[in-house]
Write a protein that binds this ligand. Sequence first.
Ligand SMILES: [Zn+2]
Length: 68
Amino acid sequence: MLHLMRAEYEEERPETVKIWHMVRGEGHVAMCGRALREDAGTLPDGEWGSTAEPDCHSCGALYLREVP
Ligand SMILES: [Zn+2]
């Protein structure tokens, strides 16, 4: 199944990525359950762990269970 990284932004600075979540397909609800902005930026899931911003631990655990 396709996964994408999708950004959660800082509330005070909506253009600044706070943390990366993982979504299934091209959805807007992270695997951990958090709803993300419709226009939130995405990255290929292969970038997980290699961004300057942190990754969501809950999403990471679920993602690694689905993607060997
Ligand atoms: Zn998450």
